[in-house]
Design a protein around this ligand. Structure first.
Ligand code: ADP
Ligand code: MG
Length: 484
């Protein structure tokens, strides 16, 4: 299994552990066997509250580990009776079996028996499995209500009831069913409601079925891109990626940088190029030996290299505090990975810069990322070689102004003054320094702002829906068949 990078989480900040919750050892074994190393944010917040017995309303995006967030504390409370102690209500069959599987996986060492209950399956068999002593039932509303109404579940008294993916229940029109189900449940119970979003109808439902709940909300804010990160994109042609990246590295003068590529091969090629151009860069990808990867990450942390060229997978969980720049050598496909990548910089209140290279063919992806993540990514032109040189010169001036004069230099100057006057010496010295400047490459890289504006305009116009032809008014088009 691919664990190297996740282990990186342990340093430099101690990561919270599952042990800290005081879960039973048998439950912890399930957690370890599932490969969970550290609780996710929703798990960190929800588990202690649920363990304390309070009703809980928790809001967190998909994929944040909500199942274990309610499943672990709920199963921790299971007494091992032969009765249903935990009821999870989920909106779909797929979720019923998925959640049930996950709960089984986490609870198996505690001897917890789980059953999924949903439509389209034999009623008799479901009832039989429950009667045989399942303590955790994961059910869809329709089938559950069916069982309850026909009184097939004798002595059904779950002490913990969880409504999972509540907003989806609403979308699927299950709210009435849910309310009805709660009419059959014991009033003395702990109720938990989990949802990715919290529309008013769900809030209202929560007021009805929960008692003085504690509310947890870990949606975006710090997971979408934060305000300390400046985000820019540059429009280039496919063949210009390398030159554009190098030009931007030279003009940005970044500290530690993460450069994201799409493939392992690309990270290798790019790191070879950058190293040969004199940058302290290294690739990080899943095919590397664990020791080699640990070493690379350590080199980056200790600033022996200052550019890490990585794939999304390799960079997962990488927590390095002083990354000044994130470069998207290729734009990621979806906004989650964009947000994730960009979130590697601007950490712990520091400023960061995220730079994305796009070709006109990638406008669509860019536009999708901007609209779903809400990230304020602004367009900029790749600096010309003239601008890059100018910047190098300004930096040189700054350096000269602050340069400490050492004794050897004074001696050398006296020697030189025997043949040259001081302004000649100064000019020659500066020429020497300028000769060492690394700025190279083509004069112009990428499209100009006018070109980009025209392209964006065309792109937007293409995206706008075409006006519908009104029936009878067009004499060019044949009458359409009725839609639908
Ligand atoms: P959600 O319900 O919030 O959409 P899930 O509970 O389905 O998320 O979890 C998403 C995935 O993450 C699952 O494959 C789950 O096994 C995994 N997962 C959950 N918690 C952790 C953790 N602490 N460490 C690693 N993986 C986890
Ligand atoms: Mg879920």
């Amino acid at each position: 299994m691919d664990t190297t990078v996740e282990q990186e989480n342990r340093t430099p900040e101690p990561m919270p552990t599952f042990e800290e919750f005081g879960l039973r050892p048998e439950i912890l074994k399930g957690v370890t066997e599932a490969g969970f190393r550290s609780p996710s944010p929703i798990q960190q917040r929800a588990i202690p509250i649920i363990l304390s017995g309070r009703d809980t309303v928790a809001q967190a995006q998909t994929g944040t580990g909500k199942t274990a967030a309610f499943g672990l504390p709920a199963m921790n409370a299971v007494q091992g009776s032969n009765k249903v102690e935990v009821l999870v209500i989920v909106p779909t069959r797929e979720l019923a079996s998925q959640v049930s599987d996950e709960l089984y996986r986490l609870g198996r060492y505690a001897g917890i028996r789980t059953v999924a209950v949903y439509g389209g399956q034999s009623i008799g068999r479901q009832v039989e499995l429950i009667r045989r002593g399942a303590q955790v039932v994961t059910a869809t509303p329709g089938r559950l209500l069916d069982h309850l109404k026909s009184d097939r579940l004798k002595g059904f008294n779950p002490s913990i009831v969880i409504l999972d993916e509540a907003d989806e229940m609403l979308d699927m029109g299950f709210l009435d069913d849910i309310e009805e189900i709660f009419g059959y449940l014991p009033t003395e119970r702990q109720t938990l409601l989990f949802s990715a979003t919290m529309p008013p109808a769900i809030r209202k439902l929560a007021q009805k079925i929960l008692k003085e709940p504690i509310e947890i909300d870990i949606t975006p804010k710090d997971t979408t891109t934060n305000a300390d990160i400046t985000q820019r994109y540059y429009v280039i042609e496919e063949r210009e990626r390398e030159e554009a990246l190098v030009r931007l590295i030279d003009t940005e003068t970044p500290g530690k940088s993460l450069i994201f590529c799409r493939t392992k091969k690309e990270t290798d090629t790019l790191s070879t190029t950058l190293v040969s151009r004199g940058y302290a860069a290294a690739a990080l990808h899943g095919d590397m030996q664990q020791r080699q990867r640990d070493e690379t990450i350590d080199n980056f942390k200790q600033s022996r290299i200052d550019m890490l060229i990585a794939t999304d997978v390799a960079a997962r969980g990488l927590d390095i505090h002083d990354v000044t720049h994130v470069f998207n050598y290729h734009i990621p496909f979806d906004s989650d990975s964009y947000v994730h990548r960009v979130g590697r910089t601007g950490r712990a209140g520091k400023k960061g810069t995220a730079i994305t290279l796009v070709t006109p063919l990638e406008f669509k992806t860019l536009s999708r990322i901007m609209s779903t993540s809400g990230a304020p990514i602004v367009y900029e032109e790749v600096p010309t070689i003239g601008e890059a040189k100018k910047q190098y010169q300004n930096e040189l001036i700054g350096k000269l102004q602050h340069q400490h004069i050492n004794e050897e230099a004074v001696e050398l100057l006296q020697q030189l003054e025997e043949e040259l006057d001081s302004s000649q010496i100064a000019c020659k010295a500066i020429s020497l320094l300028l000769g060492q400047q690394p700025v190279a490459g083509p004069s112009r890289i990428g499209f100009s702002s006018q070109e980009v504006e025209r392209m964006l305009d065309r792109f937007k116009r293409r995206k706008r829906p075409k006006p519908r032809p009104r029936r009878g008014t067009s004499n060019r088009m044949p009458p359409r068949k009725q839609r639908r």
